[in-house]
Design a protein around this ligand. Structure first.
Ligand SMILES: C[S@@+](CC[C@H](N)C(=O)[O-])C[C@H]1O[C@@H](n2cnc3c(N)ncnc32)[C@H](O)[C@@H]1O
Length: 202
């Protein structure tokens, strides 16, 4: 990798991108703009954009390092349906985008303070049209079953890094979404004890 190449690599993305893509295929509209919040390295967005070329993709991340990586992933893949990354901090009141046909957020809500989840719901509720999806992916706590040992250990490690991080209670996330006109559509069990959680704007 040259010093001009800022691409980052998150090994988990190569494991989870196709299972996630499978769910996205079934919930995304056939065309329009998909906003990704917390794009991280950018590996997901280029994978999804290549597989779903009828859609336009808008990656974003509050980290400048991440945005550099995303920009370089887009450039090296030669994709025309991915826009340059935006600085979006989900927790902030204002987002630099007014409208999207879908919002996707992978592995953010447990690795950020609760205010990010609240902001994500507020922002998605504002920019999505009626019926449009908000897609979340990650590990959750569920009232209906005990937490898996791997998720309990992950939760502990997150809280040790930052006491405001940690696996979110799915019911609490659903309640928060509901206060921003987002209703739970479905929950899909994913590999490695993760969930896809899909909301729809009422
Ligand atoms: C674990 S990484 C996940 C990145 C990518 N979605 C993936 O699955 O590989 C968490 C990402 O969330 C971003 N993030 C943290 N707080 C955020 C916030 N308040 N709003 C938007 N993104 C945030 C971080 O900058 C980081 O890129």
């Amino acid at each position: 990798m040259s010093s001009d190449d800022h691409r980052q690599y998150a090994p988990a993305t190569t494991r989870n991108r196709d299972p996630i893509l499978g769910v996205l295929r079934s919930i995304l509209p056939p065309s329009g703009l998909v906003l990704e919040v917390a794009s991280g390295t950018g590996e997901h967005v280029v994978h999804f954009a290549r597989a779903l070329p009828e859609l336009s993709w808008q990656p974003s991340d509050p980290s400048q390092e991440a945005r550099r990586s995303i920009a370089d992933w887009i450039a090296t893949q030669g994709l025309e349906n991915v826009r340059p990354p935006l600085h979006i901090d989900a927790a902030e009141e204002k987002w630099p985008i007014d409208h999207a046909g879908a919002v996707v957020c992978i592995n953010m809500i447990h690795i950020s303070p609760w205010a990010s989840t609240e902001g994500l719901m507020r922002g998605a509720g504002r920019i999505l049209d009626a019926g449009a999806p908000l897609y979340l992916y990650g590990p959750f706590r569920q009232a209906t079953k005990p937490i898996e040992p791997s998720n309990a250990a992950f939760d502990e490690s997150l809280r040790a890094r930052n006491p405001r991080w940690g696996l979110r209670d799915l019911d609490k996330v659903v309640t928060c979404a509901g206060s921003h006109e987002l209703v739970l559509d479905r929950v899909v069990e994913m590999p490695a004890n993760n969930l896809s959680v899909i909301f729809r704007r009422t």
